[in-house]
Design a protein. Structure first.
Length: 484
C-alpha cells in the first residue's frame, strides 16, 4: 500500500528519528483505498512538540506556518510535493462557530484518540509508512467498501460544517449515511448560522466540481433536514409536475435525476474544473422558478400542470441562492444565463434566433447550454435518454455559424469608422450598436454588407466625402469579415 507515498516524502518520514511516530492520515489514505491518486498529503506526528516538529522539517523544504495556531505546518518539498504536518491536539468547544474552540497540543495523545476527533470513519484511518500497515480504529475501510457514511464519534457534533462535508462526501464517493449519523445531524441544522460563508462555499464547490452521484448529497441534505437551510431547494420538493412530461415525480426528484445525468456526460467529465462547477450549479438551479409559476389549468380538454415563464422567473432566485452560499461572482455570471435560456431550443430555431441566443448567453455559450439541456431531458426516467432533435438542430446551426463557444464578434468596429473620417464620440457607439443588431438579424454578414448598411442609414454624421469612400470600398469588394 505504501506505493502511493512520493519517494521524497518517504525519505522525510523514514530518514529522521524525530518523525518515528508519523502517520499519513485522512483523505490521502481514503483515496488510496479507493484507487485514486492523491496530490496533497496530511501527516500527523505523535510524541513530539510543535517546535520540535518545525525543527525536524526545517531543512526539508519551504515551510508555511499559517496553521500554527492549530498545530499545522505546511511543507512544500523541492520537487513540489505539498504536505501538511501536524501534532495531535485536543479541541474544547467554548463558543459558536469554527473559532469557538480552545486548542491545546498534547504529544501524549494516542493515534486512536486523535482519530476519534475526525469527522467520518472514512477520514479517520491512518497509515504507518514504516510497517506498511493501515490503522483503522473505527471501521472506515469497511464503511468505504459498503458505501456507508458514518460519523467517527460524538465529537462530530461540535462543528456543524461537518454536515455539509457529509453532503459532498456522499456525492463524491457514492455514500449513504447511516441512520445514527442522520439522527445526529438533524438537531445541528439549527446551528447553520454559525458557519462562515467561506466554509459553506468550499463544500458546495466540491459538490459541484467533483461529484460522482450528486443526488446522494442532495438526498443527504433532505434526510438530515438541512435542506430547510436552502429554501430554494426545499421548495422544489412540494412542486408537482405534469406526469406526461415528467413521469419521474416532483421538481426535486427531477433535479436529482438531472444532476446525476449531467455528471455521466462525457462533456462534463472532460470540462475544466470551473466549467464543471458552473454546469452542475446551473442544472441544480435550472427549475428554481417552478415553485412560483406552477399552476393547474385546462389545456386540450383536460387539466394540466404548467409552469409558464419559470426559466426567467428562476434567474433572481438562482442568484439569491448562489450569493448566499458564497459562490464567486464570475461563476454566478456564467450560471444565470444558462438558467434563463435552458428552454431556448423549444422556441423555434433560425439562424437569427441562434445568433441572438449566443449573445444572450454571454459569458456562457451554446456548447455548454446544450450540455445542460441534455441533462434536463435525460432527468426524466423512465423516459428514454434520447437527445431531442431540437438540441441537435441547435448544435448544428451553432456549428454552421461558428458560434458554439462564443457569440459572433462585431464585423464593423470603431477603427473602421474613424478611418473613414468619423470623429470619435457617442455617435460612433450608437452606430456600432445598431450595426451589431443588424448583424445578429442576418442583415450584415460581411464587411461589404456593413458598408452598404452604413450608406442605407442616411446618418447625418456620414459626410459626402465619407459616402464616396464607402462607395469606393463597395466597388472594390472589400470583404475581410467572417460570414457569420
Amino acid at each position: 500500500m505504501s506505493g502511493f507515498i512520493p519517494d521524497e516524502l518517504t525519505a522525510i518520514l523514514k530518514g529522521n528519528p524525530a518523525l518515528g511516530r508519523a502517520y499519513l492520515v485522512g483523505g490521502c489514505v481514503r483515496d488510496q483505498l479507493l484507487g485514486r491518486r492523491s496530490t496533497d498529503f496530511d501527516v500527523e506526528v505523535f510524541g513530539i512538540s510543535f517546535d520540535a516538529l518545525e525543527a525536524a522539517l526545517a531543512s526539508r523544504g519551504r515551510i508555511d506556518r499559517v496553521g500554527r495556531s492549530f498545530g499545522v505546518l505546511k511543507l512544500r518539498t523541492p520537487s513540489g510535493v505539498n504536505v501538511d504536518f501536524s501534532v495531535p491536539r485536543r479541541d474544547s468547544k467554548t463558543g459558536p462557530g469554527h473559532k469557538g474552540f480552545v486548542v491545546t497540543f498534547d504529544p501524549g495523545i494516542t493515534p486512536k484518540e486523535a482519530a476519534a476527533r475526525r469527522d467520518f470513519t472514512i477520514n479517520a484511518m491512518m497509515f504507518d509508512p514504516r510497517s506498511d500497515q493501515l490503522l483503522d480504529f473505527f471501521g472506515g475501510e469497511d464503511d468505504l467498501r459498503r458505501g456507508v457514511l458514518r460519523h467517527t464519534s460524538d465529537a462530530f457534533g461540535e462543528d456543524p460544517l461537518r454536515v455539509l462535508r457529509g453532503m459532498q462526501f456522499a456525492a463524491r464517493f457514492r455514500l449513504t449515511a447511516s441512520a445514527e449519523t442522520v439522527a445526529l445531524c438533524r438537531p445541528m441544522a439549527a446551528r447553520y448560522s454559525e458557519l462562515a460563508v467561506e466554509r459553506v462555499r468550499e463544500e458546495w464547490l466540491k459538490w459541484a466540481g467533483e461529484s460522482e452521484v450528486p443526488s446522494l448529497g442532495l438526498r443527504f441534505l433532505e434526510q438530515t433536514h438541512w435542506i430547510s437551510q436552502f429554501p430554494e431547494l426545499d421548495a422544489l420538493r412540494s412542486t408537482s409536475q405534469d406526469p406526461e412530461w415528467h413521469p419521474e415525480g416532483d421538481v426535486f426528484v427531477h433535479t436529482c435525476h438531472c444532476c446525476d445525468a449531467l455528471v455521466e456526460l462525457e462533456e462534463w467529465r472532460a470540462a475544466d474544473s470551473e466549467t464543471r462547477i458552473v454546469l452542475l450549479l446551473a442544472v441544480l438551479a435550472h427549475d428554481f422558478g417552478k415553485p412560483a409559476t406552477t399552476r393547474r389549468e385546462a389545456k386540450e380538454g383536460r387539466e394540466r400542470i404548467v409552469s409558464p415563464g419559470h426559466d426567467e422567473a428562476g434567474v433572481p432566485i438562482a442568484e439569491q441562492f448562489l450569493e448566499r452560499i458564497g459562490v464567486p461572482r464570475a461563476i454566478i455570471n456564467r450560471v444565470l444565463p444558462l438558467v434563463r435560456c435552458h428552454m431556448a431550443d423549444l422556441q423555434g430555431l433560425t439562424e437569427r434566433s441562434v445568433r441572438r441566443l449566443s449573445r444572450r448567453l454571454e459569458p456562457e455559450n451554446i456548447r455548454d447550454l446544450s450540455v445542460l439541456m441534455t441533462a434536463d431531458r435525460f432527468g426524466r426516467p423512465p423516459r428514454p435518454r434520447v437527445i431531442p432533435e431540437s438540441i441537435v438542430r441547435l448544435c448544428q446551426l451553432a456549428a454552421e455559424l461558428k458560434i458554439q463557444s462564443n457569440a459572433p464578434g462585431p464585423i464593423l468596429n470603431g477603427r473602421e469608422l474613424v478611418a473613414l473620417g468619423m470623429p470619435p464620440g457617442p455617435r460612433i457607439g450608437r452606430l456600432l450598436t445598431a450595426a451589431y443588431e443588424a448583424q445578429l438579424d442576418g442583415q450584415i454578414q460581411t464587411i461589404n454588407d456593413a458598408w452598404q448598411w452604413l450608406l442605407s442609414k442616411g446618418d447625418p454624421a456620414i459626410t459626402d466625402e465619407m459616402r464616396r469612400a464607402l462607395e469606393r470600398r463597395i466597388a472594390h469588394g472589400e470583404e475581410p469579415g467572417d460570414a457569420t
